[in-house]
Design a binder for this molecule. Structure first.
Ligand code: PLP
Length: 432
């Protein structure tokens, strides 16, 4: 691609992005396409000769967009809703242009040093202990797997415990590590019980903000038991850790300072594009013991950190750039204002549901997620029909054996009018 056409195509791509972000709120959140419909409209083979970039943009609009679920939509309320924010999008572009591989300090010193700094900044913003080692993985699944593998080095062959509401990535991490996984029952507020035996245990995983109900496990009680028994405690705060930017929600981090490792995903509720998972540990030696590996062509750096020694991957993207961009663009107060507003909107929605005859909130709400159901209508069917309107996207889970709808707020562009519209659609669909 010639330099002149790069500038021209780049301008068109940036223009596409700007227009997309302006109009995404008017698109159906999740269009309905049949399986195979997108692929069926595309050629079976790569072209023999290069094509203009403009053709790709055309196909993006005409063929791909109908099959895109708009996660960056202000009425995307399913799973944990997320934001590809403008500073993060621009930083992705810069990251791609630099295209460095941060596998070792020496392969791009700035990438490693910025990653360490960004994680120190983020720990400080969230009130986490100073001096822990932080690095970035692609996902909470990888972060939790890495923590379990580090713990296994200290206590091989034991059991991994998590609550019955822990994310399935915990069980998967234990399975990959060749360890038995046991699910601990929860109390009536979906919090992990603490009265399970700690003999032959490799690691316990506590969750702050479980996926189904956003319940908060009793981290301090678990941490104290684990410390006495010499067992590794990993805290999965992938979603809710972002809320620690608010002093009024720091209580949900109580006891985390006693943990051995903590994961928070900036790509969930911290306005950073996928993928970016922040993993801190007070036991960096255990991570290095588990993951350090060298080749003749790539010896360890002598007086610096090689971040490949803290996780499974060798090749590492320069993800710190977008996290740094987000923290600089919003500042502490900007992040706190947005997260506080999301929590206010969730509290409002919770109030509307609670006040409406025939509807019920079915889990305590601590953050920006409300779990609710209609007294007589099937939650899965209701969520499906509401989502089929294209006006919003909600998904369901199961709480105490019963289906429940989850509405979660996490997109930077979501306004009170979006939440009001979601509630109107849900009630309209319930009446029809
Ligand atoms: N932990 C919790 C509490 C989650 O909600 C999720 C996903 O939603 C995960 C872990 C897995 O996250 P990732 O997709 O980054 O692996």
């Amino acid at each position: 691609m010639a330099a002149s056409s790069f500038r021209e195509d780049g301008g068109a791509a940036l223009d596409w992005v700007a227009r997309y972000l302006e109009r995404v709120g008017e698109l159906p959140v999740a269009g309905e396409v049949e399986p195979g419909a997108v692929r069926g409209r595309l050629p079976e083979r790569a072209p023999e000769h290069g094509e203009p970039f403009a053709d790709l943009l055309r196909d993006l609009d005409e063929i791909l967009l109908p099959g895109i679920v708009h996660w960056n939509h202000p009425r995307f309320f399913a799973y944990f809703s997320i934001t590809g924010s403008e500073p993060s999008i621009l930083a992705e572009l810069l990251c791609a242009a630099l295209n460095v591989n941060a596998m070792a300090w020496s392969t791009s010193p700035a990438a490693t040093e910025l990653e360490l700094l960004a994680l120190d900044w983020l720990a400080d913003l969230l009130g986490l202990p100073a001096g822990w080692h932080g690095h970035i993985e692609d996902s909470a699944s990888t972060s939790t797997l890495a923590a379990i593998v580090a713990a296994r080095g200290l206590r091989p062959g034991g059991v991994v415990y998590g609550s019955e509401h822990a994310h399935f990535s915990v069980e998967k991490g234990a399975r990959i590590a060749g360890l038995e996984y046991r699910a601990v029952p929860v109390d009536d507020e979906f919090r992990m019980r603490t009265d399970f035996p700690l003999d032959d245990v490799t690691a316990v995983v506590a969750t702050v903000g479980t996926t189904s109900s956003t319940s908060v496990d009793p981290v301090r009680a678990l941490a104290e038991r684990c410390r006495d028994a010499g067992v590794w405690l990993h805290v999965d705060a992938s979603y809710a850790g972002a809320a620690w930017v608010l002093p009024e929600l720091r209580w949900t981090a109580d006891g985390c300072e006693l943990a051995d490792s903590i994961v928070v995903n900036p790509h969930k509720w911290l306005f950073t594009t996928i993928d970016c998972s922040a993993l801190w540990t007070s036991r960096p030696d255990a991570f290095r013991a588990a993951f350090a590996a060298h080749g003749d062509y790539l010896p360890a750096s002598e007086h610096a950190h090689d971040l490949r020694e803290y996780g499974p991957a060798l090749g590492r993207r320069f993800r710190a750039l977008k996290l740094w961009a987000v923290m600089r663009a919003y500042g502490r107060s900007g992040l706190a204002d947005l997260i506080r507003e999301h929590i206010r909107l969730a509290a409002l929605f919770e109030e509307w549901v609670g006040d409406e005859p025939g509807w019920r909130v079915v889990a305590p709400r601590h953050f920006s997620t409300v779990c609710f159901r209609h007294d007589t209508l099937d939650a899965d069917d209701l969520a499906r029909r509401a989502t089929a309107t294209g006006e919003l996207f909600v998904a369901t889970t199961r709480l105490a054996g019963e289906p429940a709808i989850r509405l979660t707020i996490g997109n930077a562009k979501t306004q009170e009018s979006d939440v009001r519209r979601a509630w109107d659609v849900l009630r309209r669909v319930a009446r029809s």
